[in-house]
Write a protein that binds this ligand. Sequence first.
Ligand SMILES: Cc1cc2nc3c(=O)[nH]c(=O)nc-3n(C[C@H](O)[C@H](O)[C@H](O)COP(=O)(O)OP(=O)(O)OC[C@H]3O[C@@H](n4cnc5c(N)ncnc54)[C@H](O)[C@@H]3O)c2cc1C
Length: 428
Amino acid sequence: MECRTQLMKTMPERLNKHTFFFPVFRDRMYPGWKVDLGYRALGLFGSRDAPLNYRRLPAKAAARQFGLVQLMDQSRLDSVGVFTEYQYNWAERICLDTVLDAEQCGATVRNYTKAVKLEPLPGRSWLVTLEDMREPGSTVQVRASILINAAGPWADQVNGQAVQNPRKRLVGIKGVNVMVKLPDECHGLGMETISSIGQPFYCMPWGKYHFFGPTEAVFDGNPEDVRVLPEEVEFILNEANKLFPSLALSREDVVYTWSGVRPRTASTGHEGVKSLTIHDMEGDGMPNALTLTGTPIMLHRHAGRAIARKVKQMLRPSQKEKPLSYEAKLFPENQNSPPIDYDFPGVKVADLRHAAAHEHVETLVDLLFRRVPLGWNIGMGLSSARHAAEAVADILDWDEERVTAEVSNYTHFVQENFNPSWPAPVQG
Ligand SMILES: Cc1cc2nc3c(=O)[nH]c(=O)nc-3n(C[C@H](O)[C@H](O)[C@H](O)COP(=O)(O)OP(=O)(O)OC[C@H]3O[C@@H](n4cnc5c(N)ncnc54)[C@H](O)[C@@H]3O)c2cc1C
């Protein structure tokens, strides 16, 4: 609740406000009074800037008022908790805004750069070898007084570059989401509940569409190889149909799917714990090294502040503290610039050119998924990919051959990671 208040105050442009529901079914484990207790406790940590506005309505009254509730299984529905929820309008941009903030404060930002070797030096410092992924084999070395490993689900692998068999700090938890089109009266409305196997389960509004999920399953493979499996889609659709039987969702209704791996903190249990943890690696033979696990995006600022406090205890700052702006890094106003895709007028050609010039863009995937939100929208930017690549070609020094390669990589990325239900357009 504190993090959402801060985000609402500092970057409201990156958040969408929605009405959400927590259904109270007669046959489920949470009776109304427990739901009230939970949300009222949560509400105590809210603020006037981002209030929870929680109340509970009888099933019939809620169904009359809200389209999404109407579709819930009325034969089992007792009542509905109603509250205000805020959603990132897309996570990659929040990450980028934060990176640009760090750069303004003096950080050196190196996109597509991988730490490939960590060597402890006398005096508790580190020598880190970095490889430029755009030119495999090309490396540089940097000295560091402190090492912060924030490599998410790769964190254990990265520690393995410094010491043999480091203690396991994380458990990879795979998550899958499934995008569908619900009736128009569900627009802007969402739901959270507990699935039939006791895990959090959401129906999230996404423009004119909604996505259901996520799943939670231990994932031991390489996070880069994670892909959605048919049985995971089946599970999500079944759960959705238990809640909204009249929808009778099937595979034909799926617009696209995606998955990822969360870096949950390791514990004695097989599935780890949902706890943000900063591990001091001294006991593993890695002095002046910290490893972060267990951060959902919503807690990223809290995690950043906690790391900064730890670092302050370990190092004497060489300069005075510089304030972070925390603001969304918006594109300059460009009313006269045409949209790149007329179905999605919010993204202008001028925005792409600004991002290409100032925001560390290397690929078309960077541009359309991580600098502007075209990739995350229905159509996924496939029909305007070539137009977008050509619009920034002069800035990024892309010749005709590179433009074609970028468009082809983009199409492959979308097919591979989202498996959209419509065929990819032929790119001329
Ligand atoms: C389906 C799904 C839904 C989710 N929904 C939500 C949600 O609604 N709200 C929420 O708050 N969170 C959500 N999460 C969780 C959230 O995405 C993750 O917890 C979060 O991204 C973890 O952040 P991170 O920075 O620790 O790791 P990551 O975001 O995984 O970042 C780690 C980075 O380290 C880089 N890296 C790896 N190895 C190296 C190396 N050797 N050198 C340099 N860099 C390296 C990687 O390229 C990557 O960019 C969801 C996750 C999934 C999978």
